[in-house]
Design a protein around this ligand. Structure first.
Ligand code: PLP
Length: 420
């Protein structure tokens, strides 16, 4: 665990602020992010890749709060976006639009137009039909849209199937065997300027071999394309580096990752692009929740808390594990419990069969490693307002997104009046 998370005098701190103090001020459930942790994650990437000409594009979908984007912009990051909404966020956060990539299988014409007008670095194009539409939009705007083709290298990233994206059977990218043919078609289009090659094989990847296998295929393809006269200025290997969710898990660090990558692209005539999301913010956030009730069945004991799957869906969706710490000082695990939320779904749990300390109603718990795909995937299911987000920097904290109100939640709805 990063040294910004510590127990001091029997209290859990984020940097120099007691978690209890934030929970009292913002209420629970609430997300808390540490600036120091995300900064260190970014700097460890930057340092690891300092020997290679690299552009680090933070994957906005992992955590798109304006304060988080602004923090990365301040550290010099570019951004990998997947929607018009994310483009607007990057603009509002003060991000450098000339360092923005636009990924995703289903871009609309409106999104393409806005991104071209914003002057982004390139589009990661995922199909021939998308390429043709982008060409049309480029021509209409009297310009050439900058393009990488996202190829599907057919690699098993050995992670959860929902976050595996580089299989032949997945919906992502253009089959690598067809890439040369599609690059040739792109080269003949007046509204397209080919500039890069891209892949992204999945998320929460714990082994380096899948990255090496993917990049090896990409490098071979890039070299082949360059021989054929295609302009390849960037090789974008996507994101996907895993983080530790359990205390004893050790994911590859950016240095090990950089070393294997440098071995493959060192000395090549193109620049490297990375799109990390989770590995920049995952461990920089926690979800703080309060114990509401204890319930002891004959078969099981439940700790019922005020955060639910609408706040953090990862355990329900990916069967993922999050460490849960007691805020009022370290405590020994003594009994097996399920930590569950108030939502009417059996899938609504934060931990299952977890060896847990004895807790009581009113205790605060910190669900760790919730900085990525936490708030970003939250919803209003069960008409629950989305939690506030708080950013800590040193001894200060600020609410960077207010808790939704009931009026916020219902403001778009109306009861219709029909003529008949
Ligand atoms: C989600 C995504 C990423 C980020 O993945 P992480 O596992 O969070 O690093 C990068 N690129 C693309 C295209 C993505 O869809």
């Amino acid at each position: 665990m990063h040294n910004s998370y510590q127990y001091r005098d029997g209290e859990f701190y984020v940097e120099d602020v007691p978690v209890r103090k934030i929970a009292e001020s913002a209420g629970t459930p609430c997300y808390i992010y540490s600036y120091a942790v995300l900064r260190d994650a970014f700097l460890s990437y930057r340092d690891a890749f300092s020997g290679i000409d690299t552009l680090l594009c933070y994957s906005v979908k992992a955590n798109s709060n304006l304060a988080i984007l602004n923090a990365f912009a301040g550290l010099g990051a570019g951004f990998d976006i997947v929607s018009m909404g994310e483009l607007i966020r990057v603009k509002r956060a003060g991000g450098d639009l000339s360092k923005v990539l636009f990924s995703g299988v289903g871009k609309t014409e409106e999104e393409m137009r806005a991104a071209i007008e914003a002057g982004i670095l390139f589009f990661n194009v995922e199909s021939v039909e998308e390429l043709r539409l982008l060409n049309k939009v480029g021509l209409e705007l009297g310009t050439k849209a900058p393009v990488a083709l996202r190829v599907n290298p057919d690699i098993d990233p050995k992670t959860h199937p929902y976050i595996s994206t580089g299989f032949k059977k997945s919906k992502f990218g253009i089959e690598i065997g067809r890439a040369v043919e599609v690059y040739e078609e792109a080269g003949s289009m007046e509204g397209i300027r080919v500039t890069a090659i891209d892949a992204h094989i999945g998320s929460q990847i714990f082994e380096l071999t899948p990255f090496v296998d993917s990049l090896t295929k990409l490098v071979n393809l890039a070299d082949d394309l360059i021989d054929k006269g295609v302009n390849i200025e960037y090789i974008d290997i996507g994101g996907g580096l895993g983080i530790s969710y359990k205390m004893d898990e050790i994911p590859p660090n950016p240095k090990e990752y950089a070393d294997v990558i440098a071995g493959l692209v060192g000395g090549k005539p193109y620049k490297l692009v990375l799109e990390p999301g989770r590995s920049l913010v995952g461990n920089a956030g926690m979800l703080v929740t309060k114990v509401l009730f204890l319930k002891e069945g004959t078969a099981k004991k439940f700790v019922i808390v005020d955060a639910a799957m609408n706040d953090l869906i990862r355990p329900a969706f990916y069967e993922s594990y999050h460490e849960i710490l007691t805020v009022s000082g370290p405590a020994k695990a003594v009994e097996k419990v399920d930590v569950v939320g108030p939502i009417c779904e059996s899938g609504d749990f934060l931990a299952k069969d977890r060896k847990f300390p004895r807790v009581k109603s009113g205790d605060l718990l910190a669900v760790m490693s919730a900085g990525a795909y936490g708030f970003a995937m939250s919803s209003n299911y069960n008409t629950r307002p989305r939690a506030p987000e708080v950013l800590v920097k040193g001894g200060e904290f600020r609410v960077v997104r207010k808790r939704e109100t009931y009026d916020d939640m219902l403001s778009g709805e109306s009861i219709p009046e029909f003529g008949g």
